[in-house]
Write a protein that binds this ligand. Sequence first.
Ligand code: BTN
Length: 249
Amino acid sequence: MSSIIHRFGKVQSTNTLAMEMAIDGAEHAEVVLATEQLAGKGRSGRSWSSPYGGLYLSIILRPTLSMDELASLSPWSALALAKAIRKVCRLDPKVSWPNDVMILDKKVAGILLESSFSGGLLEYCVIGMGINSNLKIENLPSEVRDLSTTLLEQTKKPVDNEKLLNVLLVEFKQMYATLVNGESQALKEELANICSTLGRRVKVQTSSGTMKAKAVDITNLGELVVEDDNGAKHTITTGECIHLGEETE
Ligand code: BTN
């Protein structure tokens, strides 16, 4: 897996740029990096605030994966990101399923997977990662401050974004190799160990509806297994997942 890194200053969105570069023939594992985004995209149509100081990148992939394995790239990428943050910043990040990286229950990084298909076949996909690294909490919009944190705020010292990028790309490559070698059981075990969703009562919103249940396991495809109040188990492939406190149940 080569790592050509295309470096930019201000862009609209590294994911949008990476999708355009993929159309123009960019190769598997090329990376698009920016110091700032003017129209950073988050999941479910939300925006991703991307001021200078954060780390914003998108990895172009031309995977030979099944559709199920493709979806699993989101949680496995969150795992790789959490491991990189742990190594570089000596913090203890957790993954809130499916793909939010959290420190002390506040979001420090997010992942956006976008894919392009032709005639039912996957052509390429882009994994976008946004990390609140060298940001003060005041640099983020007031509406997300209460639910967010930054690496700077947690470590109380500047983060070496270049080192974080390099460690992240190494972790990502190892994760990807594990996946394509059919060893996702190992990823599942690692993720289960740092997944803050497991054991919690959650509200999951999928295309087929909303359900309140207890999160009990992760599958080898990175899916969430929940148990409803009747003891029936359900496997959630993708969707939004909110941790419920006692008072909101
Ligand atoms: C989320 O948690 O909502 C996902 C956030 C993903 C943000 C990253 S920043 C780099 C890449 N480019 C984008 O426009 N979005 C992703």
